[in-house]
Design a protein around this ligand. Structure first.
Ligand code: PLP
Length: 230
């Protein structure tokens, strides 16, 4: 039986895969798309899925764990609500949006009580590049300032339930993302002075992932180029 939706996803996925070198991890951002799409992605070989909301992510994780081999890697990349953290820690393998010490403490405690270490990227605010300063209409205010990164990272080193794996950033929507991704790359160098093994760089979405990869991204988060507009 032919399946038009699966064929559509397969074609778009291949176009994206072709542009991603082997050492870079593709996270397919599946937010707002149905579990049936995630199953097609799974059949097509994808294992890393990204979600922005706790409720949606935990439902999908549960539903897919029942139906498929439990080898999916779940990424949470949305804004963090403190009261959802325990749940997020229960289903996600990586949190990309950590930028707050109180959140980090809660993540650590939740992880320890679940006998796990929670992998976390530190989200860095990329608005402060010369090109980004005050010009971004929908400025992404999330993320810590690169100047505060060493102190923030030092504080995370005290938390037994948190494993820092790298930095994450969201590029500007309306101008050249290269200076922002270069800033993120220097943030990564700073972070590695505190955590030598935290070499991951999560950067790049549908509109800018090729530039992010040129600037050192190890993880790209791509939704609409593969699944269509939301
Ligand atoms: C939605 C989202 C993405 C994917 O965006 P696309 O433009 O659909 O590829 C990546 N990262 C974050 C943080 C997102 O919220």
């Amino acid at each position: 039986m032919s399946n038009a939706r699966k064929d559509e996803i397969s074609r778009a996925l291949n176009d994206v895969r072709y542009k991603i070198p082997g050492h870079v991890t593709l996270i397919v951002v599946t937010k707002t798309f149905p579990v049936s799409d995630l199953k097609y992605l799974y059949e097509l070989g994808e294992r890393n899925f990204g979600e922005n909301r706790d409720g949606e992510g935990s439902e999908k994780a549960e539903s897919l764990a029942e139906d498929l081999a439990d080898d999916i890697v779940w990424h949470f990349q949305g804004g963090i609500q403190s009261n959802k953290l325990r749940s997020i820690v229960s289903w996600s393998d990586y949190i990309h949006s950590l930028d707050d010490l109180d959140h980090a403490t809660k993540i650590s405690n939740a992880a320890l009580s679940l006998n796990k270490k929670q992998n976390c990227f530190i989200q860095v605010n990329l608005d402060s590049t010369p090109a980004g300063a005050n010009t971004e209409p929908h400025s992404n205010r999330s993320g810590i300032n690169i100047d505060n990164l060493p102190i923030f990272a030092g504080a995370l080193a005290e938390l037994g339930g948190v494993k820092v794996v790298g930095v994450m950033g969201v590029g500007p929507l309306h101008h050249d993302p290269r200076p922002s991704f270069e800033l993120l790359h220097s943030a990564s160098q700073e972070l590695q002075k505190v955590f030598p093994t935290a070499t991951f760089i999560s950067a790049g979405m549908s509109g800018d992932f090729e530039i992010a990869i040129e600037c050192g991204a190890t993880h790209v988060r791509i939704g609409s180029s593969i699944l269509g507009s939301r």
